[in-house]
Structure formats: structure tokens, C-alpha cells
Design a protein around this ligand. Structure first.
Ligand SMILES: NC(=O)c1ccc[n+]([C@@H]2O[C@H](COP(=O)([O-])OP(=O)(O)OC[C@H]3O[C@@H](n4cnc5c(N)ncnc54)[C@H](OP(=O)(O)O)[C@@H]3O)[C@@H](O)[C@H]2O)c1
Length: 392
């Protein structure tokens, strides 16, 4: 990929929050980026509009019943249409793409992310489940194909930026920042009765429902610890989490001489998306400048592990290895949905995840199918426990 050439981008999950923000960035900077392929799940209407606007060579939709909806837009744009998993995989391994933005949500993102890595593409990774559920497999695939992974998650983008020009051997620890969510200061005795509406009110980021609840429990930060482990290769005991309610410091790296390097900026996902799509270049994009002097004080505090037991569950799963993180992820998805549906209380989320993890005997991951089997086992176990007893 030449330093000054226009980047050719394929997007997996173009109709989602990350995908739409990426296309907005690409549309503003046509001299830097062009779209070669788009894939989505079911939203054929938005995908058709994106096809007209960006004129990709290939457009794919997972839901085969929506394929016909795309034909008029594809004809007008001169794009080939594909449907189902083959279509999504074809976008992932598109021969003209320099970079594949992996922004499908959940376990559905694993197979196409692995396809992109196996094809040797640089992958801008938003789909954190790929590394949480199948980190060893993704790393192995990337190494074998000589593919590069550039993180899109804001914390990991920050760590990537802090590590530029540094040797990983000279790093003492990675420090992920967490805002602490809406319940950072709620009296502990009130946590049992908080509602989904309260839990969904994230103080800084405007995100989807699942990730907002994960931010309240800090399980999201736990998933990010696992992601950081696979991205940067440090053991769990050298990856820390610190509370930082203002969310201007997106994460930090402590070097062996005690120097701490941090990356700051306004909390705006377009920053990490731009960084990943144009790495190692930088340019003046849409993210506003942070007026550091006007922001007042920045606070940092240790995580209260009694308030946020979900964080330690992620460390436990990472230490157990193999299929354990996939089981953590699956059980957590069931628990979050059960909380949103009013079937369990807020404190029931980490309790249910813990019980499922305790019941699991982890084994090595050799394939995506191994991971998906553990995911199914975990969801079944969580549902069984939910039906058997009441969680606070
Ligand atoms: N949003 C953020 O600020 C943010 C920040 C950091 C990391 N992330 C991570 O980035 C990923 C995407 O997040 P998001 O917020 O953009 O999610 P989202 O808004 O829910 O969008 C998900 C995208 O995935 C597509 N999709 C779902 N199932 C699919 C399938 N089986 N095959 C093909 N495409 C499928 C959806 O298509 P349809 O809508 O057409 O069905 C949509 O384009 C997640 O892993 C999330 O954790 C997000």
C-alpha cells in the first residue's frame, strides 16, 4: 500500500454505527479513500443508498431474502450483488481492498474477520468479539498470512498510538481507562434495584443497548482487557484498568522506566476510525480539538472490585484460556438481555456469568466452530440457570 495512494476500503457491517461513521468519513475525503465493497446484515434500504453514494464493486447482504431489494441500486452503481455468508466472505477477502473494516456486531463477525486476515488484508478491527472469543485463532491466522490488525475500539486505538515507535519489550503495563458508567458513585446497597433505563444512561458515550449495559457493569472493560491481551501480547497481570470519569484520556502505556504515555482527545469514534483507516498517516479530519485548558480537572481512581465484579470475571476467563472467554461472552449476552427484559436484577448479571463460567471446563480453540460450540453451550447453560432460579 503506497504512502500517498488512495486507500481502497471494504466494510463489513456498513449499515451499523461504526460502518455509517466510517462511510461519512470516507465521503468527506474522496482524495484519501474509496469504497470497493460493502456488506451488511438485513438493512437493504440503507445498503442500497450506500451503494448509490459510494459505488462499490461488490455489495453483499447476509439476509438472502433482501437480495432483490438491492438490484436496482446495484445496477445503477455498476456493482455486483451477492447474498448470504458467501457474499459477506467475498467482501472480507475482496482482492482490491487495502483495508477491511470489520464492524459486524457479535459472533457473526468472527468468520468474515478470519477470512480477511487469511487473505492477508490489513484489518481495522471494531468487532471486539473476534479477539474476545477467538483471540489465539485470529492471531495465528494473521501471523500465517502476514496480515496486520489495527484496532478501532477507542481504548485500543489509544494504546496503539502510545506504542508507536516503542518496543513492546520496554513496556511495563497497559492501562485501560474506564468512565465507570452511570453507577460509579451509586451507593452499593442501591445497585440491586437499579433499572435498565438507569443503566442505559451512559454519562459520556452514546452507544447501543448491549454495550451500554456492559459499560455500567464494567464487563465491557473486561472484554477490552482480553482484546488488549491479544492485540499487544502482554499477560493479564500487566494490563490494568483505572477509572477516569471525564473520558478524555483514552488509555495509557507505562514504560519500564516509569514514564506513562497517554493519548487524549474528545470522545468521538470518528477519531479511532480515521486512525485505523489511514494508519500510519494522519490528516485533519472531522474530530474537534480538545480544549485542554478549559476542561478543568481530570480524575483517576482505582476500580472498586466489589462494585464492579464483572471486571474480575474477565480476568478469570482470560487466565483460564481456551474457550473460557467465549463462554464469558455468551453468558454475558444472555444475562444482559435477561436484565433488559426484566427477568433478572442488575446484580444478577455478574452472578449468572460467574455461575456459567464455574460450570465450564475450558478446552483449546482450534477453529471458529469450536468457539461457536462453546458459545452455544454457554447460552444454553445460562438459560437453564435462569429458568431454575432467581438472580438478584
Ligand atoms: N458503536 C461504537 O461506538 C463502537 C465502539 C467500539 C467498538 N464497537 C464494536 O464494533 C462492532 C460494531 O458495533 P456497532 O455499534 O457499529 O454495531 P451495530 O450498530 O449494531 O451494527 C452492526 C452491523 O453488523 C451488521 N450485521 C449484523 N449481523 C450480521 C450478519 N450476520 N452478517 C453481516 N452483517 C451483520 C449489521 O447489519 P444490519 O443492520 O444491516 O442488519 C450492522 O451493519 C461491535 O463489535 C462493537 O462492540 C462499537
Amino acid at each position: 500500500m503506497g504512502q500517498n495512494a488512495r486507500r481502497r476500503i471494504a466494510i463489513l457491517g456498513s449499515t451499523g454505527s461504526v460502518g455509517v461513521q466510517a462511510l461519512d468519513l470516507i465521503a468527506r475525503f474522496p482524495d484519501r479513500f474509496e469504497v470497493v465493497a460493502l456488506a451488511a446484515g438485513r438493512n437493504s434500504e440503507l445498503l442500497a443508498r450506500q451503494t448509490i453514494a459510494h459505488r462499490p464493486a461488490l455489495v453483499a447482504i447476509q439476509d438472502e431474502s433482501r437480495c432483490d431489494d438491492l438490484q436496482p441500486a446495484a445496477r445503477a452503481a455498476g456493482a455486483v450483488v451477492m447474498a448470504g455468508s458467501d457474499g459477506v466472505d467475498a467482501v472480507a477477502a475482496h482482492p482490491e481492498a487495502d483495508i477491511v473494516l470489520s464492524a459486524i456486531v457479535g459472533a457473526a463477525g468472527l468468520r468474515p474477520t478470519q477470512r480477511a486476515l487469511a487473505a492477508g488484508r490489513t484489518v481495522a478491527l471494531a468487532n471486539k468479539e473476534s479477539l474476545v472469543m477467538a483471540g489465539a485463532l485470529m492471531r495465528r491466522t494473521a501471523e500465517q498470512a502476514g496480515a496486520e490488525l489495527i484496532p478501532v475500539d477507542s481504548e485500543h486505538s489509544a494504546l496503539h498510538q502510545c506504542l508507536r515507535g516503542e518496543s513492546i519489550d520496554e513496556v511495563r503495563r497497559l492501562i485501560l481507562t474506564a468512565s465507570g458508567g452511570p453507577f460509579r458513585t451509586t451507593p452499593l446497597e442501591q445497585l440491586g434495584s437499579v433499572t435498565p433505563e438507569q443503566a442505559l444512561k451512559h454519562p459520556v458515550w452514546d452507544m447501543g443497548r448491549k454495550i451500554s449495559i456492559d459499560s455500567a457493569t464494567l464487563i465491557n472493560k473486561g472484554l477490552e482487557v482480553i482484546e488488549a491481551h491479544w492485540l499487544f501480547g502482554l499477560p493479564p497481570e500487566r494490563i490494568d484498568v483505572v477509572l477516569h470519569p471525564q473520558s478524555y484520556v483514552h488509555s495509557m502505556v507505562e514504560m519500564i522506566d516509569g514514564a506513562i504515555i497517554c493519548q487524549m482527545g474528545v470522545p468521538d469514534m470518528r477519531g479511532p476510525i480515521q486512525y485505523a483507516l489511514d494508519y500510519p498517516r494522519r490528516f485533519a479530519g472531522p474530530v474537534p480539538s480538545l480544549d485542554v485548558g478549559a476542561e478543568g480537572s481530570l480524575e483517576f481512581a482505582p476500580v472498586d472490585r466489589a462494585r464492579f465484579p464483572g471486571l474480575d470475571l474477565a480476568y478469570t476467563a482470560l487466565a483460564a484460556g481456551g474457550t473460557a472467554p467465549a463462554v464469558l461472552n455468551g453468558a454475558n449476552e444472555v444475562a444482559v438481555q435477561a436484565f433488559l427484559d426484566g427477568r433478572i436484577g442488575y446484580l444478577g448479571i455478574p452472578r449468572l456469568v460467574q455461575e456459567v463460567l464455574e460450570r465450564h471446563r475450558p478446552h483449546q480453540v482450534e477453529s471458529i466452530e469450536d468457539v461457536m460450540r462453546s458459545d452455544r453451550w454457554s447460552r444454553r447453560a445460562a438459560e437453564e440457570m435462569l429458568s431454575m432460579r432467581v438472580f438478584a
